[in-house]
Design a protein around this ligand. Structure first.
Ligand code: RNT
Ligand code: ZN
Length: 412
């Protein structure tokens, strides 16, 4: 079907495809650097990622250097319509120096900023509280040892400074997201002290004021992780309360709740109490497995809530998945495009009619319309968006992905 035919079909329902296409151009997705190298990073050390984060698989082509990672990202961005962001972790520094986590500085990340300027993209940032000897107990900011807490507080403070400088340099606020692996394998006896220590460490980390135009603080909760099955110190309730009190962003990772919970349902509730939300869009399979996101009901519902509740303006959409069994660049491209496809579908719904039906308790019409809409020609509108943004679709996309993968599969 041509775009013009699709446009007319949507117009028949009162839906303006041109408005949806314009909107799509303004929604950046923050692509996570860690899909490109299996969460390894560029610190001068080896070892597993730890903290319950583990990419599985050994597909050839893992980026081994910042230059390789940037080349992979440039390719991935060229396959994705629109202009996006890069979400960097502190362990991805680009320097010949070997600073400790408590010694990192902006200059260690300056090449990333220069590159981001060149690409015309924004950066987001994360301190790395895992894959480190001082995180081996799965306790960092809540560790009973003051020295270990201080080490991580320093890391967090420096990350905030670096994020602020990145945001200032790029003229776009850099979201600095805090996730710590802290928890207990078996049932703890003193949850309160652990949580009070985490709170105290966060208070210290957040004490220096930062310019919100340059950086935004976010905190990410989790239900459990491998090795911390019994208790996660930074639980949802912990961070929800903390984010509200501190007026910072709450990060909702779709893999960090019970599998039967609907994360899309949480957005409107959270949005009544916090200004901005950070999303880690992910696909948990039986647990927080971080599979590449599909155009699945979960993602469609998430996008629908963002549009229906008018939250796009204060939601920062980040991705969080990592799969090493398939082409890493293809994983980025597929996942990011799926998030965009979901947003486009949401923007093409006759929301006013649906809301009016719901308000009138006409749930029959609401159901008829949502189900009839599943047959609408979304693909033609997506194709038009991609064509206007010079991104391939269908068979030519597959050819490009294969071609690039072949060019990097020599990497060991
Ligand atoms: C871990 C969290 C966290 C990480 C990244 C690498 O469970 O989801 O967001 O995935 O910081
Ligand atoms: Zn996450």
């Amino acid at each position: 079907m041509t775009y013009e035919t699709a446009k007319a079909a949507f117009a028949d329902w009162g839906v303006d495809t041109e408005a949806a296409l314009e909107r799509m151009k303004t929604i950046p997705i923050s692509m996570h650097c860690w899909q490109g190298d299996d969460v390894v990073g560029f610190e001068k050390k080896t070892g597993a990622s730890g903290g319950g984060i583990q990419a599985t698989g050994n597909h050839p082509g893992r980026a081994r250097t910042p230059d390789e990672l940037r080349a992979d990202l440039e390719f991935a961005y060229s396959m994705i319509p629109g202009r996006h962001r890069l979400n960097l972790h502190a362990m991805y520094l680009d320097t010949n120096a070997s600073p400790g986590r408590d010694e990192i500085e902006y200059e260690h990340f300056a090449p990333w900023v220069d590159w981001a300027k060149d690409q015309g993209i924004g950066l987001d940032f994360n301190p790395t509280f895992f894959a480190h000897a001082k995180a081996d107990d799965n306790l960092t900011l809540s560790h009973p040892d003051q020295g270990i807490r201080d080490f991580w507080i320093e890391h967090g403070k420096r990350s905030r400074d670096i994020a602020a400088q990145m945001g200032a340099a790029l003229g776009s606020p850099c979201v600095n997201n805090i996730w710590v692996p802290d928890g207990y394998k078996d049932t703890p006896i003193d949850r309160m002290s652990a949580r009070a220590r985490l709170e105290g460490s966060l208070d210290e980390m957040f004490a220096p004021a930062q310019d919100k135009a340059a950086m935004l603080d976010a905190v990410e909760s989790k239900l459990f992780g491998i090795g911390v099955e019994a208790c996660t110190v930074g639980s949802h309730e912990f961070y929800m309360g903390y984010a509200i009190r501190k007026e910072i962003l709450l990060c909702l990772d779709m893999g960090h709740f019970h599998p039967t919970e609907n994360i899309a349902d949480k957005l409107s509730s959270v949005a009544l109490s916090v200004d901005d939300i950070l999303l880690h869009v992910s696909r948990p399979m039986r647990w927080d497995s971080d599979h590449v996101i599909l155009l699945s009901d979960d993602i469609l519902q998430m996008a629908q809530e963002l549009v229906s509740a008018d939250l796009l303006g204060r939601t920062h959409i980040g991705l969080d998945f990592f799969d090493a069994t398939i082409s890493r660049t293809a994983a980025w491209v597929i996942g990011t495009r799926n998030m965009q496809k979901a947003l486009l579908r949401a923007l093409l719904l006759p929301l006013d009619q649906l809301k009016a039906a719901e308000n009138a308790l006409d749930f029959t019409t609401r159901l008829t319309v949502t189900e009839e809409f599943k047959d609408m020609p979304f693909a033609a509108v997506w194709g038009e968006f991609s064509a206007r943004e010079n991104a391939p679709t269908g068979r030519s996309l597959i050819e490009e992905l294969d071609r690039y993968q072949s060019s990097v599969s020599f990497r060991d």
